[in-house]
Design a protein around this ligand. Structure first.
Ligand code: ZN
Length: 215
């Protein structure tokens, strides 16, 4: 499975707290566990020419993962359209955390993709609500993320084809945190955990979900 891990890679360079958790960037942590899982992984970041997403790279990509936050607007429309076309042709797409507001995800969904959010000290329970689905394979009925940003309803997305996970937060909110879609020949999985100031992508259960999602 040929996977391209795309990361904006700005917080890691600008904020010491984030750099401490992801010294080589979020993409390198994702690439590390996906490689261990047997994927052939390539990484790409915003500041590379064509954001690292040339026609050639996309042609050689079965699944693309996307993490972006502070620089969504800097992603060129031409590249967004190129990636969107590849999804419609059958490339898989895994959109992570704040990627909900990327041009790419909004364009594929057709809605604002806005949500309720709060940065605080919430702990999170991630509930598997489609336990027979391959993305929930080997994932317990629920698991806890010790700290993450709160993303809550209402989440302005089209009704998902399948909801895999629902999050509960210690502040009382809930959120459709794992959602699947078909667009054209492509499959899309959105998974919300992963605020950059917490070591969420180092957590084994999170890695398991992302590996399953890529597969
Ligand atoms: Zn965040």
């Amino acid at each position: 499975l040929r996977v391209t891990v795309w990361n904006e890679n700005r917080h890691e360079q600008l904020h010491d707290g984030v750099k401490a958790i992801y010294p080589n960037g979020i993409h390198q942590v994702l690439a590390g566990f996906l490689t261990k899982a047997g994927c052939q992984v390539h990484t790409a970041t915003l500041d590379e020419p064509e954001h690292g997403l040339s026609e050639k790279v996309l042609e050689g990509t079965d699944v693309l993962t996307w993490w972006g936050h502070m620089a969504h607007d800097e992603v060129k429309d031409e590249i967004v359209e190129r990636v969107r076309q590849r999804v419609l042709q059958g490339m898989g797409l895994v959109v992570l955390h704040s990627g909900h507001h990327s041009k790419l995800f909004k364009r594929l969904m057709g809605t604002t993709c806005s949500l309720r959010w709060r940065e605080g000290t919430d702990h999170v329970r991630v509930w598997a609500v489609s336990p027979g689905h391959p993305i929930a394979d080997g994932v317990p009925a629920f698991f806890v993320i010790p700290r993450d940003e709160m993303y809550g309803e209402y989440f302005d997305i089209p009704a998902p084809d399948t909801i895999i996970f629902i999050n509960w937060y210690s502040g009382g909110e809930v959120f459709r945190s794992g959602c699947c879609y078909h667009r054209g020949r492509g499959k899309i999985f959105y998974f919300s955990p992963g605020h950059e100031t917490f070591p969420v992508y180092h957590q084994p259960e999170i890695q398991k979900v992302i590996i399953n999602g890529v597969r």
